[in-house]
Design a protein around this ligand. Sequence first.
Ligand SMILES: *Cc1c(COP(=O)(O)O)cnc(C)c1O
Length: 397
Amino acid sequence: MSELALRAEKLDAEDVLAPLRSRFVLDDGVYLDGNSLGALPGHVPDRVQDVVRRQWGELRIRSWDESGWWTAPERIGDRIAPLIGAGPGQIVVGDSTSVNVFKALVAAVRMAGEDRTEILVDATTFPTDGYIAESAARMTGRTLRALSPEEVPAALGDRTAAVLLNHVDYRTGRLHDLPSLTAAVHAAGALVVWDLCHSAGALPVGLDEHGVDLAVGCTYKYLNGGPGSPAYLYVRRDLQPRFDSPLPGWNSHAEPFGMSPSYAPAPGAVRGRVGTPDILSMLALEAALEVWDEAAVSVEAVRAKSLALTDFFLDCVAAYTVPGRVESVTPAAHGERGSQVALRCDDAGEVMKRLIGQGVVGDFRPPDILRFGFTPLYVSFTDVHRAARVLGEVLAE
Ligand SMILES: *Cc1c(COP(=O)(O)O)cnc(C)c1O
């Protein structure tokens, strides 16, 4: 056995999260695409079955109350809260990330006040966030400036209304400095909206600790909520009374069943709701989050394993690949790395097809990026070793 294969076995033997792997439905391949769609926790299908057959099929309308459907958005928000460093009562689950980016950014601009005329957006952002920022700027009569997160501190000023940033860059896997960027935005008197899609469930976020204003994120990546599972919206407690949603709906009304023609927002996180929640997806997500209840699981343990996995992958790639054949675009420094490794090579599309053909599933982001996501709850060091070995073979073809 090679030295790296032995190291993989040793790291697996020492891994406190290793028992979690059996809670997921996996095949005999290597799944490194949990940053796009998390794997299925094995107990979720039975729960969904119960929700459909009993809660819906038998209890029908009674389930809004008796099965806790009505309060699910805040209840599940409070389940996600400790994973991103938030106290209870500040997160509501529902709608997509895209919709929540819109709510959060427009609300941030409204809170910033009329004399603040500019929105800054992370130029490397996931396209949807950029499209929505453009529309939010047009709708609120602000100008929009796109720039890299490193350029944000110098661009801030007394005209800045709000800044929309990604915690981890979805292409390169770069982790941005949330504490210092948040502090810089606040020093300029503006508000910050963080998109946590690629960090929640993979590393500590510390929303309350760092005084973040608003945050959004999806639940089908590292939180394994299932395809299209609803996103979440965080509004810091002291901002909630001023949160003026651009999408006020009957679900966020102070008296939803008062059926009043005039709108009066509910207090608290409920204010971030819009319409009827997608209960089937939401309760699948609630079940999926139960894997975080196991004693061994903490965000700190997940982060430690995530860094060990990506370090080990980079070591194995270096050992099994001709120098220069691929180039890592993910920062080497731990403080700047999310839970993925992105490798650049000219024939990335073809390489990924072959990898998937051999059971190693990552993804391809045009024009030249091979993306590998490492979900610490179910990826083993042996998986990582095998993925790098197969990658080395495919690259040598
Ligand atoms: C995955 C992702 C999204 C997805 O948005 P949806 O509305 O769920 O399609 C948005 N932003 C970022 C940064 C993402 O990584």
